[in-house]
Write a protein that binds this ligand. Structure first.
Ligand SMILES: Cc1cc2nc3c(=O)[nH]c(=O)nc-3n(C[C@H](O)[C@H](O)[C@H](O)COP(=O)(O)OP(=O)(O)OC[C@H]3O[C@@H](n4cnc5c(N)ncnc54)[C@H](O)[C@@H]3O)c2cc1C
Length: 420
């Protein structure tokens, strides 16, 4: 016998996009649920560097592009949430670094200097005097200029924990690839069909929202939707377990003044060493390293980091690397999306935040679209336990960071990240 459940909104995918949206919708009185096939945040979110940025790095070509103006408001939006004054309450979320930095090294060009000092960037970037350098950069070997950005860095596992814990009764782990949709001839979704430990389950909703990151590709194919189309951008990230006592959060800008910083570095707590740090390195190194083997990429990472920070002793550091995709809509002329992406078709919304930082923008757009479509809370189940679903499915748990799985492979904590 198929069991039935009705709700207002079904969200497919429990990364930052799905969980932020769940919080917004439930505040508005909607009954909403999240269906997740793996662990929460296990796609890009927990693997991200956690930088809440204002798009400055996209402005490195020397002009403020539309991308940088659309995202410029995001750091302050998130800061309001962290103070408990925003659209989602993030009080208690761990902030790894209250500021992010940009370091131009010794041989930077005057065009960059002029740009970084320009009027259009006022309030978004400060040139620091050496006395104000963070501890990592207080070293006699240092040359070039250090800039403090309005950006900051969040601990993504803590973010996912905070967004999911109040809604554990509305977030369900489904069997990977068991999800099917019953669709009318005109392309409207009638119901979502799932297999569970207690048999078949059919879920009906006013609207269905795809927030499955890279998984949106397979879901669109299953639904027979050709447009929008997804594209992935592969990255080859480097991870370093260092003994250096200070964390580092910085974009290192190369001499070529390109669109992408040479190195984008964040530091994350090492789960097995009190006070230890894992450095996580992206930027141009990760983009250009996609064709390199893991050994080659680690060697390149070691070379670049040693050259950049001669005062750091890497002799006992442990190195690793892994490949991961960013997922986003494919836009004409291979443009990079400059806001969160939301596309509405019948009773379906297809979304990609394109950046962690743009997640509030995604939820705002979805909420506005629902209001525009005159969708209001209707389900009588709102606020009641979703008994049918809790009997059939478990809470998915939160994904473990990749570096934790790499360096602490024997740790007792279960690892459910399917991609590592
Ligand atoms: C290495 C890296 C570093 C990054 N760093 C930053 C950064 O510093 N700052 C920034 O702003 N952005 C950054 N990004 C981008 C950012 O991480 C993503 O834009 C954002 O996390 C996407 O969130 P999401 O919820 O859409 O997708 P995801 O986090 O990928 O979540 C999708 C979820 O859907 C689930 N799912 C997939 N298919 C299905 C299905 N069929 N049924 C049910 N569930 C399904 C997955 O298991 C996953 O949990 C980075 C990305 C990468 C890869």
């Amino acid at each position: 016998m198929t069991r039935s459940f009705s709700t207002d909104i079904v969200i497919i995918g429990g990364g930052i996009a799905g969980l932020w949206l769940l919080n917004r919708l439930r505040q508005q009185g909607f009954d909403a649920i999240v269906l997740e096939k793996s662990a929460l945040g296990s796609g890009q979110t927990i693997a991200s560097q956690g930088i809440i940025h204002g798009g400055l790095k996209y402005a490195l070509s020397g002009v403020l592009s539309p991308a940088s103006s659309a995202i410029a408001a995001m750091p302050e939006h998130w800061r309001r949430c962290l103070r408990g004054e925003g659209d989602v309450d993030l009080r208690g979320c761990r902030v790894l670094a209250p500021h992010y930095f940009m370091w131009s090294g010794g041989g930077y060009r005057s065009r960059l200097k002029t740009f970084l000092g320009s009027k259009s960037l006022r309030g978004r970037i400060d040139t620091l005097s050496a006395a104000k350098y963070p501890p990592f950069f207080q070293h006699s070997d240092i040359s070039g200029a250090l800039y403090q950005l309005s950006d900051f860095v969040l601990d993504t596992p803590s973010l996912i924990e905070l967004l999911s814990s109040p809604h554990r009764d509305r977030i369900f782990k489904i069997e990977a690839d068991s999800l099917r949709a019953s669709v009318t001839d005109s392309g409207k979704i009638k119901s979502i069909e799932l297999q569970s430990r207690s048999g078949a389950v059919s879920i009906h909703a006013q609207r269905y929202v795809l927030c499955a990151g890279e998984g949106n590709g397979a879901l669109l194919e299953m639904l027979g939707i050709a447009s929008p189309c997804m594209q992935t951008r592969p990255l080859h990230m480097v991870v370093v377990r260092t003994n250096h006592p200070q964390p580092v959060y910085v974009h290192c800008i190369g001499d070529d003044f390109g669109m992408t910083p040479r190195l984008t570095i964040t530091s994350h707590p090492d789960g097995s060493r009190e006070g230890g740090w894992i450095w996580y390195v992206g930027g141009e190194l990760a983009e250009s390293g996609v064709g390199r083997s893991s050994e080659e990429q680690q060697a390149e990472g070691r070379k670049q980091l040693s050259e950049s920070f001669p005062w750091v002793d890497f002799s006992s550091a442990q190195w690793s690397s892994f490949q991961i995709n960013r997922a986003e809509p494919r836009l004409p002329n291979l443009q990079r999306p400059d806001t969160a992406y939301v596309n509405s078709q019948q009773n379906l919304l297809i979304t990609w935040p394109t950046k962690l930082a743009l997640t509030p923008n995604l939820s705002d757009t979805v909420c506005k679209e629902l209001a525009h479509q005159q969708i209001t809370p209707q389900s009588s189940g709102s606020g009641e336990p979703a008994t049918v679903l809790t009997e059939c499915f478990d809470f998915p748990g939160i994904a473990r960071p990749r570096w934790d799985a790499i360096f602490n492979a024997d740790a007792a904590q279960p690892h459910t990240d399917s991609q590592s």
